[in-house]
Ligand binder design. Sequence first.
Ligand code: NAP
Length: 493
Amino acid sequence: MIRRRKLRFLVVGAGMSGILAAIRLREAGHEDVVVLEKADRLGGTWRENRYPGLTCDVPAHAYTYSFAPNAEWSRYFAGADEIRAYFEKVAHDRDVLPLIRFNREVTDLSFGQGRWTATTRTGERFTADVVILASGVLHHPRTPDIGGLDSFAGKAMHSARWEDDVVLDGRRIGVIGCGSTGVQLICALADRASRLVHFQRSPQWIMPVVDFAYTDEERAAFRRDPALIDAIRYDPEYEGNVQRFTMGIVDPDSEAMHAIEELCRQNLEQNVADPVLREKLRPDYRAACKRLVYSPDYYARVQRPAVHVETGAIERIVPQGVRMRDGTIHELDVLALATGFHADRFIRPATVHGRNGVALDDLWAKRATAYFAITLPDFPNLFLLNGPTSPVGNFSLIDVAERQWQFVERLIGELANGNCDEICASAEAMAAYEARRLEAARGTIFASGCSSWYLDREGVPMTWPWSYQAFADAMVNPVMKDFERRATARAAD
Ligand code: NAP
């Protein structure tokens, strides 16, 4: 490729996607790359979340950059510390650490005179031709709107604001929330707490999975022969499961989805002995309507003597614990709020203004979206990774980001080759994409009758509503007529 224009890049966020972007940009020979990171460490969600029991429920060898396989994973499902260390090592090995400016939270991004200016909370300004928004999805904790939280005399904390020094062993602990986080917390605390109350507003379907440790011999073999790693990463059974799962999302009546439901149902029937508890744990909506919880041991742990599943309605938090509507008080020392995230915020509350002062807040007033999850009309040269309408589900978001990068790279190529100075989806293409997406999204399993963070305020899934294969194909084949390309007279720097 003959590069005619030297481009300056800003990457917002040094989590999984931001590190990927920085590595790919450097590999492509772009020299002017700055990564702005709000915190003092990289790692994104793996830095923010440090609650006991946190693991990634995607197999470790699949939750790995394709270009940086890792022979050292200790388990099939790796823990958070290991994953954070992996990203730190990759960033170090690929020499992108010097590009990261830590403690620089972007508060505003504005486009004018053919370039972007980022302002940080520290008041610094950075300019660039291209911005990669890699600021993540699940990073604005949702505190439950339960009265009296401030009155609690013990320690209450959101799962993404975990404090390591809080004593857990032998304590009376409550966990509010039954998503992937709440379930992992229960599994980790069931044998540590003197009493563990799982406050469960809606039970979850649990997909049975098997976790295991890799032996030293296996890790040595992985080091010697990377093909062994590939055999796990590209395991036809795992890949087949992902394909079937994503087909099931798209077609709730498919055999694939019925098979998933049956697996979850059998898991419940066969592994929860007490019929009263079994009914407490039985959801009244379809499996995979909410993000499926994958757990090797939730049903075993929840039947431990210290664990009590509370399905009544919480009235309020009181100094000694949680008071239920029927008057029962669960006395607690620690209250874990596994109550999820505001998943529709993305880069916000930072303000973003595109051409002619168009505000992202206005564009996203009804719902957050982006053309093929990557670009927005009037926001030229601004590209999102894992942005709104990206595929979500029980598969690797690293794979999602790597595929999205293929699309982004193609658009960057238009700029670097001098074909245009500004590129973004046209308003017509965005509208057509979103209309088609909304129609398809309403037919997915996510819209089959439950609440979840996948849904927007109108109850429509915010997600990619087609098959994973369709996503993979779209990422390598941007429809170039859908883009508005302009030449601008750029101001001298
Ligand atoms: P979540 O899936 O949004 O679950 C939040 C839970 O809190 C739900 O059970 C919800 O109940 C409950 N809740 C919220 N407000 C409540 C209230 N006022 N009273 C009682 N219950 C309340 O959040 P999450 O578990 O943190 O998971 C979020 C996402 O993070 C996951 O879906 C996944 O994508 C990701 N994650 C991934 C992993 C992994 O291993 N890869 C691990 C953890 C998290 P309702 O269902 O009734 O609303």
